[in-house]
Design a protein around this ligand. Structure first.
Ligand SMILES: *Cc1c(COP(=O)(O)O)cnc(C)c1O
Length: 381
């Protein structure tokens, strides 16, 4: 129950453990082509160009920046924590002049603040972390990307802890790059960088003057490969991770079978159950309001008198959760991921384990209070 890698479905793991086909095998060509199409559907981005590349989420971030940003371009970072700082670092390395709009840890800048900044002009790109995994903060991403689109600024949305878990309509909202990694809500073991780029993003890349500063990230290398597989032909630039791509195809198929709206609302319902439990146990969340609270993970302060040893106590109760990550608050909170195949049973097992660990650590709460609160949300349909 950590915010990635998450637990994976049997069928996904079987695809990963199957014998590796040649990347030119007709069966693999079909699989890769279908996975690319399914990625578009999961991002609700029928007009986007998908890229599926060996790497982690950080490579997906770098790929977006390397292809869109030229030295001297101005970039606005909507900063909600650790992964927004990472995006800024990547932007700066690629020569961008970075401006931050920050909120205090646990909060997100408002659409109005960001819009006012963008209106002063000069920005080529705006980056947003959909869910900041360090704080559990959900950015007001719909309003942000719509504002950027209205002002002709390219938007890059880091969906690594959100894609296929949090509501996102890439085409309808006009987001230019949505990026993620395989191991979070997409439900595939670590190893894939996933990017969907709008026609506007592709046009900005085509119109650039400076060459892309990384061969491995360059869309000029990858676009012909993605187009070939989508068209039923093999092509080679760098060996595709055939087993991971097969596993991705299986997982995306399962996600689409559940349905995007059903999947988004399942994540919301489970997150509500967790929130009810934390509150019944007298715990406080990092996110400062419900509006900025993610549905894919919980970030929860340790109560008075309880420290980071709680994570080990919860593990002894049979559930793996994560400690803090935000540099300013690291030792003061824990994180519980609730993505992908998580169901009501996982909520109850996890809340039960945290509750027992808290009581053992000396926290005063009524045994069963968290479980009852979670169950009352789960039972109300
Ligand atoms: C996990 C995560 C990343 C980094 O992904 P890696 O696969 O670890 O490189 C980036 N952004 C967000 C929001 C994340 O949650």
């Amino acid at each position: 129950m950590i915010p990635g890698p998450v637990e994976f479905e049997e069928e996904v793991l079987r695809a990963l453990g199957a014998p590796s086909l040649s990347h030119t095998d007709p069966a693999f060509i079909v699989t890769f082509g279908r996975a690319l199409q399914r990625l578009r559907e999961v991002c609700l981005a029928p007009s986007a160009q998908p890229f599926v590349v060996s790497g982690s989420g950080t490579l997906a971030m770098e790929m977006a920046v390397a292809n869109l940003v030229e030295p001297g371009d101005a970039a606005l970072v909507v900063n909600t924590g650790y992964f927004s700082d990472r995006m800024a670092k990547i932007l700066e390395r690629h020569g961008a002049k970075v401006t931050h709009v920050r909120a205090s840890p646990g909060d997100a800048p408002t659409v109005e603040e960001v819009k006012a900044r963008l209106e002063r002009g000069g920005f080529k790109v705006m980056t947003v972390t959909h869910v900041d995994t360090s704080t559990g903060v959900l950015a007001p991403v719909e309003g942000l990307v719509k504002a950027a689109r209205a002002l002709g600024v390219l938007s890059v949305v880091d969906g690594v802890c959100a894609t296929a878990g949090e509501v996102f309509h890439q085409d309808a909202w006009g987001a230019d790059v949505y990026l993620t990694a395989s191991q979070k809500a997409v439900g595939v073991p670590p190893g894939l960088a996933l990017v969907t780029a709008s026609p506007q993003a592709m046009a900005a890349w085509k119109g650039r003057k400076a060459p892309v500063a990384s061969v491995y990230s360059d869309w000029a290398e990858w676009l012909p490969i993605m187009e070939a597989y989508a068209g039923g032909k093999p092509s080679y630039f760098a060996t595709p991770p055939v087993n991971l791509v097969s596993a991705l195809d299986v997982s995306l198929g399962q996600i689409l079978a559940e349905g995007m709206e059903a999947r988004f609302s399942r994540h919301q319902r489970l997150a509500r159950a967790f929130r009810a439990a934390w509150s019944a146990l007298g715990l406080r969340l990092l996110p400062v309001s419900e509006a900025v609270t993610a549905n894919t993970l919980s970030a929860v302060y340790y109560p008075e008198g309880v420290d980071a040893s709680l994570v080990g106590r919860v593990k002894a109760e049979g559930v793996v959760i994560a400690g803090g990550l935000h540099p300013d608050l690291k030792t003061r909170y824990f994180r519980v991921g609730h993505m992908n195949r998580v169901g009501p049973g996982d909520v109850l097992v996890t809340v039960g384990a945290v509750e027992r660990a808290l009581l053992a650590a000396g926290h005063r709460a009524e045994a069963g209070a968290g479980l009852r609160a979670a169950e009352s949300v789960l039972a109300a349909r």
